[in-house]
Design a protein around this ligand. Structure first.
Ligand SMILES: CC(C)(COP(=O)(O)OP(=O)(O)OC[C@H]1O[C@@H](n2cnc3c(N)ncnc32)[C@H](O)[C@@H]1OP(=O)(O)O)[C@@H](O)C(=O)NCCC(=O)NCCS
Length: 199
């Protein structure tokens, strides 16, 4: 990123918002990732040392939202829907089309939901921006999240866990386990002693 907060390699003519902190060794492929970014916190997105956020990644962060991405994390095109906090541990790998949402943004009551929907054409930028109760998502270190996974509000995923492709994660995931399915259930346990902690 240069002094004007643009990315020299960017295909999109955007800027990185002032309250986004990207380590100088991190890589963000395009500022398009911030077209739905509205955080007013001091650091609405932090991206750590050596981490990468590739094209297809979208930081849909509400006014109070904060996304913290650790060191050497690889985000291969994921959507962060964040109204409170989403935390990603070091060395975690997030595959394509993953959705992490700490909030639903629409009410469960159909009448209230209809009112929210009816307001969309009246207020620029024509988006649902209704504050609902948000619950933080915490992803530990060295987690591997397969493609098309959906992680719902309040979920914590422990260190070294693997989430199988196309899973919907509704409950916490124990460290060093493989989970899969909808809803995601235990597939098998991993042996942490076999995992190289030199990282
Ligand atoms: C999770 C995963 C890594 C597990 O691989 P594995 O250890 O070889 O698992 P297996 O194929 O032996 O399957 C073990 C069991 O888990 C189930 N399972 C595996 N993946 C699953 C998934 N994504 N969803 C639901 N169940 C799954 C299998 O059906 C099998 O069940 P069974 O014992 O009742 O027959 C793999 O299935 C997967 O999802 N890979 C996706 C990787 C990915 O997204 N890559 C993107 C680029 S990095």
């Amino acid at each position: 990123m240069d002094a004007t907060r643009t990315l020299p390699w960017d295909w999109y003519a955007g800027v990185i918002p002032e309250n986004v902190a990207i380590d100088e060794t991190a890589y963000v492929e395009t500022s398009f990732s911030f077209t739905q970014y509205r955080s007013q916190t001091p650091a609405g997105v932090c991206i750590g040392r050596g981490s990468s956020a590739y094209s297809g990644t979208l930081f849909d962060v509400g006014p109070r939202g904060q996304v913290r991405i650790g060191d050497y994390v690889l985000v291969n095109g994921a959507r962060f829907l964040c109204d409170e906090e989403i935390e990603i541990g070091d060395y975690t790998f997030i595959s394509w089309n993953v959705v992490l949402m700490d909030t639903y943004r629409v009410p469960f009551d159909p009448v209230a939901r209809r009112q929210v929907t009816a307001r969309v054409p009246l207020v620029e930028p024509r988006r649902i921006d209704h504050a609902t109760f948000a619950r933080p998502i915490r992803i530990g270190r060295a987690v591997w999240i397969g493609f098309d996974v959906c992680i719902l509000p309040g979920v914590t995923i422990g260190e070294g866990a693997v989430v199988g492709a196309r899973s919907v994660v509704v409950d916490d995931v124990v460290p060093y386990t493989i989970v899969g399915g909808n809803p995601a259930r235990l597939v098998r346990r991993l042996d942490p002693k076999e995992i190289n902690h030199a990282l």
